[in-house]
Design a protein around this ligand. Structure first.
Ligand code: 9Z3
Length: 313
């Protein structure tokens, strides 16, 4: 359980979203079941966060994240034997279906008339490349119950659910991993300062002051799941400051790994930064053409580090 006082991190935010208590219960049951079966459990956070400008929200601030990194990583963790708690932005990419996210699904279906005039529906397999192995993996994961997905919309919902997820995984100690790939806003408007109604455009140009979002990595590492293996992500657009910023995050929060990436090259290269080393992982053109994903290499690297971490406890 969280130590007294950690609720202070969320006091400027609206209350937990509807259904949060039920999600927390499902997360606790999921973690307990897989822990009892000796499986490692990873929390993968994914996608951007919405920051409302009004409490009856018409306008909000958002960011670029598609959720590809989180969804792809979740699949590779499942293949690596982990149970995955996938905390993702509503309507961002999901494991398995991400490959077909840009398809209009009505175009992939065909009506097949039957003799009794009741038509059947068939899929155009050629419009769904690789669908057979993808479907096999997806159905295996469903049968094994190794994937639990929980979604959020706003920054506030994310923060409440992150805390509930951390408390659910905490009893697993070092066999729990946190893989914090969501692109979380750094700025927000406190609930107490947010206008209730739609901001009037007749009042002229808009000036808003936003506060810094409290860094949840701090209570997560210190209080919510103090024995877990924790990985955060650092995103920059300027490659020259990437590793120093990642190193600073490690020194500040004292967790295990920062995966550092640059916006434009994030699909082909990352740097794994730990207290004593930096390892560059990349995808060559030939690997990219063969369908190898950077997330597969990240997950392989982290599984190895996680094993060492568990053995050192
Ligand atoms: C990442 O750096 C992810 O790799 C991306 C993935 C969001 C770039 P996509 O969803 O992109 O596949 O389109 N996530 C964390 C980004 C972030 O907000 N980090 C914060 C920071 O850099 C701290 S946790 O300060």
């Amino acid at each position: 359980m969280a130590k007294p006082g950690t609720t202070g991190y969320l006091q400027d935010f609206p209350p937990p979203p509807a259904g949060a208590a039920q999600s927390a219960k499902l997360m606790r049951e999921f973690a307990a079941r897989h822990g009892a079966e000796g499986r490692r459990v990873v929390l993968v956070t994914s996608g951007g966060t919405k920051v409302p400008l009004e409490s009856r929200t018409v306008r909000f601030l958002d960011n670029f994240s598609s959720g590809w990194r989180g969804a792809a990583s979740a699949e590779h963790f499942l293949e690596a034997g982990y149970a995955v708690l996938f905390l993702h932005r509503h309507r961002s990419m999901s494991p398995y279906s991400r490959r077909y996210a840009t398809l209009d699904w009505l175009d992939t279906l065909r009506l097949v008339p039957a003799e009794d005039f009741t038509s059947r529906v068939e899929a155009e397999q050629c419009l769904l490349p690789g669908i057979v192995p993808v479907l096999e993996q997806y159905q295996r994961v469903r049968e094994q119950g190794t994937l639990l997905t929980v979604d959020f919309g706003t920054l506030s919902d994310y923060l409440h659910l992150l805390r509930a997820a951390a408390e659910a995984l905490s009893p697993l100690g070092s066999s729990a991993m946190f893989y914090l790939a969501a692109a979380v806003s750094d700025f927000y408007i406190p609930a107490s300062e947010m206008p209730e109604h739609k901001i009037e455009s007749s009042s002229g140009p808009l000036q808003i002051t936003m506060k810094m979002v409290p860094k949840m990595l701090s209570p997560l590492v210190k209080d919510w799941a103090p024995n877990a293996f924790v990985i955060s992500f650092k995103l920059e657009t300027d490659a020259t400051i990437l590793v120093p910023r990642a190193r600073k995050a490690l020194e500040t929060y004292r967790h295990q790994v920062v995966v550092a990436n640059v916006l434009d090259t994030r699909r082909s290269s990352v740097v794994m930064v730990t207290r004593d080393c930096e390892t560059c992982l990349s995808i060559s053109e030939a690997e990219a053409e063969a369908g190898v994903e950077i997330e597969e290499k990240i997950v392989k690297d982290l599984k190895f580090r996680h094993t060492n971490f568990i053995e050192q406890q």
